[in-house]
Design a binder for this molecule. Sequence first.
Ligand SMILES: CC(C)(COP(=O)(O)OP(=O)(O)OC[C@H]1O[C@@H](n2cnc3c(N)ncnc32)[C@H](O)[C@@H]1OP(=O)(O)O)[C@@H](O)C(=O)NCCC(=O)NCCS
Length: 144
Amino acid sequence: MTQLLTRADLDDVCVIEKECFGKDAWNFNMLLGEYDGGSVFFGIKHCDKVVAYICARLIFDEADINNVAVLPQFRKQGMAQKLIQTLVDFCMQKNIKKFTLEVNANNLPAKNLYQKMGFESCGVRKGYYHGEDAEIMWLDKEQN
Ligand SMILES: CC(C)(COP(=O)(O)OP(=O)(O)OC[C@H]1O[C@@H](n2cnc3c(N)ncnc32)[C@H](O)[C@@H]1OP(=O)(O)O)[C@@H](O)C(=O)NCCC(=O)NCCS
């Protein structure tokens, strides 16, 4: 079940980051900085360990999704979809209806996921990820 994560869960999130992003992973201090800065973290636990998470910064009427990641052995079970839906529901209750994120243009699993959840591509940041392009995606629930 999806749940709001606390500071005590950040060690688990750090493990997910390393597994999923290698040298580009956020380290513990970066995660803590996000958490202390008011970003919201949701996760899914298995045997008391976080195995999938999403993190977003809520800025006025917008949510900026920083990361979605699922441990490899738990992928393709709908966890990422559940996490995004939970975040969207949480934000809608706070009258936040616009969602944005950046995704590596070559990351097809992630792009498919976001498109499935209703996100649309609306621009490119050239060379944003070590020379690879980032696509900027938006979901506007006011218009959906
Ligand atoms: C991208 C990621 C978060 C998807 O997590 P997941 O829990 O496996 O995704 P879900 O099971 O919820 O899948 C939802 C949809 O995403 C798309 N998708 C997921 N994995 C995919 C894959 N390997 N290839 C193509 N499309 C994929 C599909 O459209 C899927 O819907 P379907 O099952 O009806 O085909 C996961 O692969 C991951 O952690 N990747 C590494 C980290 C990353 O790249 N994060 C995104 C950073 S912007």
